[in-house]
Design a protein around this ligand. Structure first.
Ligand code: BDR
Ligand code: CA
Length: 317
C-alpha cells in the first residue's frame, strides 16, 4: 500500500488529483494538508472537505497549514479557479470548518512521518510553505519521507504567473528553494511546460464529465469556471502550445500512485532563483551541474497518457 500525505491549495486540479488518489487501489491517503495558494487557506480547507464529501471519504483528516508564504506577496488564482478556488459554485450543505482537525498541518506532517518513517510519500500540488516549515521545525523530517511528487516549477524561462515563474514556486520561492535543496529523497517534478505538452483533448473531457455519477456531477459543477478560463485568450497565451485540458496537479499524483506512469524523465540538479527582478521563483535546471549539488530531481518528460485517462475516468466512477 502506498501511503500519502497530499498537500494542496485545493483549486480545481488539486480536487482532480485528490479524487484520483481516492479511487486508486492500494493507496492510503493519511491526511490532506492545506496551504495558501489558489485561494485563502480557509477556502482551501473547505474545498478539501467538499471533495472528500463528494467522494464519501470524510474520514480522511484535513489539516490547516500556512496562510502566507515565508516571504513576499501572497498570490491567488481566482481568475482561473474561481474566487473560492472551486469554481464559485457553492454547496449549501458543504461541511464546515469545524470538520478541520485541531492539529495544524505542519505538526501533522511531522507526526505522520514519525509514525511511518521511510514509508510516506508527499504529493505537493501547491506552494511548498508547509513542507519547508516542517523541515525547519524538524530537520529530520525530510529524511523520513519516502518520495516527493511536486507539481511546480518550469524548465525553460517561461512562467505562467510571472514572466519566468510558475504559480506554485512564484507563490513561495523561499519554500520551493528549501524543499528542492533539503529534501534528498527521490523527487519527481511535474513542471509547467511538461503539463502543457501533455494536455488532454476536450473531447476526452466531455466523456469524462458525462459519466452518470455523483462525483462526475460534482466535477462538472466545480470545473465550469476553469473550462471557460482555459479557453480564454489569456490562458491560450499562458498554456504554451495547443488546445486542451491540463490537470496540472494530477500528473504529480499519477506519478505517486503508479511507478510505471512516467515513461521518460531527466535527472538533473534543480534549485530556485530568489533574487532576480523578473526571475524570482523561476526553477533553475542545472544541466551543467555548476551548483555542485549531488541530489538530482526527476523531471517528467513523457508519461503514459492512456493510464492517465484511465485514472481520471476511474476517479469519477
Ligand atoms: C499550479 O498552480 C495552481 O493554480 C494549480 O492548482 C497548479 O497547482 C499550476 O501552475
Ligand atoms: Ca494546486
Amino acid at each position: 500500500v502506498k501511503k500519502l500525505i497530499v498537500d494542496v491549495d485545493c483549486g480545481v486540479d488539486d480536487a482532480q488529483a485528490i479524487m484520483i488518489a481516492l479511487a486508486a487501489p492500494d493507496v492510503k491517503v493519511l491526511g490532506i494538508t492545506c496551504v495558501h495558494g489558489n485561494t485563502t487557506v480557509e477556502n482551501v480547507c473547505k474545498n478539501a472537505l467538499r471533495v472528500l464529501k463528494a467522494c464519501q471519504r470524510l474520514e480522511i483528516p484535513v489539516f490547516c497549514g500556512a496562510s502566507k508564504p515565508i516571504l513576499g506577496k501572497t498570490l491567488s488564482a481566482g481568475h482561473f479557479h474561481g474566487q473560492d478556488g472551486l469554481g464559485d459554485s457553492p454547496d449549501p450543505d458543504a461541511p464546515g470548518l469545524e470538520m478541520v482537525q485541531k492539529e495544524g498541518a505542519v505538526a501533522a506532517m511531522i507526526r505522520i512521518a514519525n509514525e511511518h518513517p521511510g514509508e510516506v510519500s508527499l504529493v505537493a500540488t501547491a506552494p511548498l510553505t508547509n513542507l519547508a516549515l516542517a523541515a525547519r521545525i524538524d530537520p529530520t523530517f525530510p529524511q523520513k519521507i519516502k518520495g516527493l511528487y511536486i507539481m511546480g516549477g518550469n524548465t525553460d524561462s517561461r512562467g505562467n504567473t510571472t514572466v519566468c515563474a510558475e504559480f506554485n514556486f512564484a507563490a513561495d520561492p523561499e519554500a520551493a528553494y528549501i524543499v528542492l535543496n533539503e529534501f534528498l529523497c527521490p523527487t519527481h517534478l511535474a513542471c509547467w511546460e511538461f503539463t502543457c505538452h501533455s494536455k488532454l483533448p476536450w473531447e476526452f473531457c466531455d466523456g469524462w464529465l458525462a459519466q452518470d455519477t455523483e462525483k462526475a456531477r460534482f466535477m462538472k459543477r466545480i470545473f465550469q469556471h476553469s473550462i471557460k478560463a482555459s479557453q480564454s485568450e489569456r490562458a491560450q497565451r499562458e498554456m504554451v502550445a495547443g488546445m486542451g485540458f491540463i490537470s496540472c496537479d494530477s500528473y504529480a499524483m499519477a506519478a505517486a500512485i503508479d511507478d510505471s506512469f512516467v515513461l521518460e524523465s531527466d535527472q538533473v540538479p534543480v534549485s530556485v532563483e530568489l533574487t532576480g527582478t523578473h526571475t524570482r521563483g523561476m526553477m533553475i535546471v542545472d544541466t551543467l551541474q555548476m551548483l555542485k549539488k549531488e541530489h538530482k530531481a526527476c523531471i517528467m518528460k513523457k508519461v503514459d497518457m492512456e493510464k492517465f485517462k484511465a485514472m481520471l475516468m476511474a476517479s469519477l466512477k
